[in-house]
Design a protein around this ligand. Structure first.
Ligand SMILES: [Zn+2]
Length: 75
């Protein structure tokens, strides 16, 4: 009969699209979730940054979701 004191856990942990860690703090982009850390990383990243490429690569998933299918034409 121990006291079951547990701070209310948020059961809304979601896997971040970028770092693939489970977080409860972040933004939603359609069906995707981006944690606060990665969001600010992206915002602060410059296009010349190497890390930016990773984000862009990951975010491509989101982009694809945003774009109507069949609209992707290779140059
Ligand atoms: Zn993240």
């Amino acid at each position: 009969m121990g006291s079951l004191i547990s701070s209310k856990k948020q059961d809304s942990l979601q896997e971040c699209l970028i770092c693939e860690q489970e977080r409860d703090n972040g933004i939603h982009l359609l069906n995707y979730f981006i944690c606060k850390n990665c969001e600010s990383d992206i915002v602060q990243s410059e296009t010349k940054d190497q890390g930016y490429n990773l984000y862009v690569h990951r975010l491509r998933k989101v982009k694809n979701a945003l774009m109507p299918t069949g609209q992707n034409k290779a140059n």
